[in-house]
Design a protein around this ligand. Sequence first.
Ligand code: SAM
Ligand code: SF4
Length: 335
Amino acid sequence: MTHNKNILQDSHGRDHAYLRISLIERCNLRCSYCMPEEGVPLSPKSHLMTYEEIYEIAKTFVKHGVTKIRLTGGEPLIRKDIPVILGKLATLPVELSITSNAVIIDKFMDVLKVNGVKKINISLDSLDREKFKHITRRDQFDIVYKNLLLLVEKDFHVKVNVVLMKGFNDNEIIDFINLTENLPISVRFIEFMPFDGNKWDMGKMVSYAEVMEYVNASFSKVQIERLQDAANDTSKNYKILGYKGSFAIISSVTNPFCDSCNRLRLTANGQLKNCLFSSTESDLLTTLREGKPIEPIIQKAVLAKLKIRGGMDTLEKLQEPKLHTNNRTMITIGG
Ligand code: SAM
Ligand code: SF4
């Protein structure tokens, strides 16, 4: 194997310029689609990347072509050294962004601004306080909604992630779209995806086609504008004419976007995952701690990336429980 050419290009010709780094396996919410109620076994602290290690690994990826880094988790903002991590990563020539449940994000406005974070994705699955409490198993709707408005007021570029579940929040699709009338946000409806411990079944998922049925029933054809999707975009973007914001659908289940995938994931315990759905991992942290170069491991992992959804290329395979239990829970992958 040669190590001097583009180590972030896979065997299907895809270049990987986008790294998502999970900072922590813990969270201050307990979303049922993300983690089991009883929690998940946590890595001992000594197995988690320190901020210096996060920076070292990120630097290597940037050297080889990564231009975007998104911090995620668990809940990235509950990590005590988050200001230091942001400060270190802000010295790299990358677009730095974060995904958060927004419960405590009001405490971080300045540190996010100072470190050049402009794009923030937040999770909000219901506009109904009781339903929010049910899905997250915590009573935090009011603060999350307030923080959404605060982020907009502070001029962050905000995307709101809504995981749709049949019979639970599909009747709120239009309410979410109506939020975009006066708020310059993008609401992104995400097809519920299967991971270990989240009791997924196809019947609970609301598909891209079903979202559009709701939209078509509420708005006329001339009101619904299909927007140009950005390169490597995972979402199909739309806008209601005259509304300030937009909405999108992330259809990983019914319409995967693997052809243009440019993402790699680093878990909080320093494992490289070449795909969200892949059950294999490559241990960068141990190699780094042994003082060895991590590039050969990165290259091997990237070359091993399968063409579609970690090998689950059909809906039948996606429905096979065994294939998910080989993977992690979402909270420990980093969405
Ligand atoms: N705690 C942060 C948050 O909730 O935004 C960041 C981590 S969370 C794992 C990242 C994203 O993954 C969230 O938007 C969440 O809705 C999404 N997610 C988690 N489990 C999912 C699933 N089973 N299907 C689809 N999206 C999921
Ligand atoms: Fe926590 Fe985010 Fe998972 Fe919800 S989706 S449990 S907020 S990590």
